[in-house]
Write a protein that binds this ligand. Structure first.
Ligand code: SAH
Ligand code: SF4
Ligand code: F3S
Length: 483
């Protein structure tokens, strides 16, 4: 069986050898690990390379350029990259046997953290490029093709966003009706467990004009929902018109004015940066979806202090109280780390208590993973792996119960759904609820990009099921036409 697959692949390689001569026929395969910012960066990389004649491909064996956009957040994430590089080496050798060159690049946070070390561990890698320098990718790839090996992981002085080509309408369209838009990068908070301040560098905020122009382009290409991204998105403080400084709340009000942008989200937020204007945006802006990812990490003040989170449990609960007062239907999401150095059973019980008090609609939880170069990795009292395992299981059981409780509470409710893509069954479409849950409806509900009102009929384990009440988007269109 495997043999025949190899033969087919070899045949296709051989038949394309002649084509490969023209640089305009080059293909790039990008694999993305980690957070949404990496998803966004991968798209910008693909767009930058498209301007240079590289077309995206989903078939790694067809690619003249393979890019891994990597994540360094936990040990497992970083190690995945090296096992993938092992598989890619075999592919590169096979392509070489057919006279085809393959450039292999490592981008993202492993690239930034490990730099030249990657070339030592994986010598077939040709280029290593960091999150702040990937706008130079087309030039770097050209140099690599003349035989150089390149590591570009400086913190670029130039603003990459000024150098990247604007995404083409067609590529935005092909990515669907929702899009990410990075507004803030880097982090100055230095939580003691976290690599992000080292891999993504100091906090920077993109200026208002740049963000508005990008959002308008997305809307013109048919995007209806934009999620603003940043490692500390609510710390965004960008330059507004006339040199004034804006906060995220004000930016959201401005973006809501863009015709066609019906839904706005932002992630990930830090509890210390939720200011009054942002909470007012949740109160006053119907376009801002009632869902907030606000990681707390732990429920014990002692552990929060050791983590350098710079807020207490009481601060966090007070904040949630204010947000819920402003937007009563808001659903909370969070991140948790179990087994941070020194965490006792009592500390962990406090995390469970906090979770019960907040009642999360959704959450991510992880075992603490010591990361080289961070203060946490040097701390004594590391928690044994089996204890972390057991705590994670208990926490996840509670979070899963809350998540399904929230889903069940929506059965019978009427909600608005943005239709995003075809479902698994041929006659289905999948949309997202305001709270980010996938909702499955009949394809007759509308077309992709429509916002439809549905009644939730059933909550499954991963998605909800809905029946259409009406097509909100069509209604709007009809009203506009009759004016
Ligand atoms: N900027 C975001 C999250 C960044 S990383 C914030 O400040 O909340 C995403 C999540 O990964 C974190 O919220 C944290 O829960 C988890 N994480 C980060 N470092 C980790 C580590 N060393 N071990 C385990 N989980 C970690
Ligand atoms: Fe990491 Fe903390 Fe910065 Fe979030 S706030 S990116 S967890 S250092
Ligand atoms: Fe990972 Fe870097 Fe994002 S470490 S989580 S890809 S910022």
């Amino acid at each position: 069986m495997e043999q025949s697959v190899t033969t087919e692949r070899s045949a296709s390689l051989a038949s394309e050898t002649a084509e490969a001569a023209s640089p305009r026929d080059k293909k790039v395969f990008v694999k993305t690990y980690g957070c949404q910012m990496n998803v966004y960066d991968s798209q910008r990389m693909a767009d930058a390379l498209a301007a240079d004649g590289y077309r995206p491909t989903e078939m790694i064996e067809d690619a003249d350029l393979v890019l891994l956009n990597t994540c360094h957040i936990r040990e497992k994430a970083a190690e995945k990259v090296y096992s993938e590089l092992g598989r890619i080496r075999v592919l590169k050798e096979e392509r070489a046997r057919h006279g085809r060159e393959t450039v292999i690049g490592v981008a993202g946070c492993v690239a930034q953290a490990e730099g030249r070390e990657i070339l030592r561990r994986a010598p077939m890698v040709d280029l290593v490029i960091g999150p702040q320098t990937y706008h130079r990718l087309p030039a770097v790839v050209q140099r690599v093709r003349t035989g150089e090996k390149i590591v570009e992981t400086d913190y670029a002085i130039e603003d990459k966003f000024e150098h990247l080509p604007a995404p083409e309408r067609t590529s935005v369209r092909s990515r669907g009706v929702t899009a990410f838009l990075t507004v803030q990068e880097g982090c100055d908070k230095f939580c003691t467990f976290c690599v992000v301040p080292y891999t993504r560098g100091a906090e920077i905020s993109r200026p208002v004009a740049q963000i508005v122009a990008e959002a308008e382009r997305l809307a013109e290409a048919g995007v209806r929902e934009v999620t603003l991204l940043g490692q500390n998105v609510n710390a965004w403080h960008g330059e507004g018109p006339g040199g004034s400084e804006w906060g995220l709340g004000r930016l959201l009000f401005r973006l809501a004015e863009i015709p066609g942008l019906d839904r706005l989200r932002y992630t990930t937020s830090h509890p210390r940066d939720m200011d009054d204007e942002l909470i007012e945006a949740h109160r006053d802006l119907p376009e801002l979806m009632p869902y907030l990812h606000l990681p707390v990490q732990a429920g014990s003040d002692r552990i929060l202090k050791a983590m350098n989170r710079r807020h207490t449990v009481a601060d966090y609960l007070r904040l949630i109280h204010r947000i819920r007062a402003a937007r009563p239907d808001i659903a909370m999401s969070g991140d948790f780390i179990v087994g941070f150095p020194g965490e006792t059973e009592e500390d962990f019980q406090e995390t469970l208590r906090l979770v019960r008090e907040v009642n999360y609609a959704q959450a991510f939880s992880f075992k603490y993973s010591p990361r080289p170069g961070t203060p946490g990795a040097e701390m004594e009292n590391q928690v044994p792996e089996p204890v972390k395992d057991e705590r994670l299981q208990r926490l996840q059981a509670l979070l899963a119960e809350q998540q399904s409780g929230f889903a069940q509470s929506l059965v019978g409710a009427e909600i608005d759904l943005l239709l995003e893509k075809p479902g698994r069954e041929p006659n289905q479409l999948v949309g997202r609820s305001p709270w980010l849950q996938p909702v499955i409806v009949d394809e007759k509900a509308g077309k992709i990009g429509d916002i439809v009102r549905v009644t939730i009929t059933r909550a499954g384990s991963h998605s909800l099921f809905g029946e259409t009440v009406r097509n909100v988007a069509t209604l709007q269109a009809t009203e506009e036409e009759s004016v």
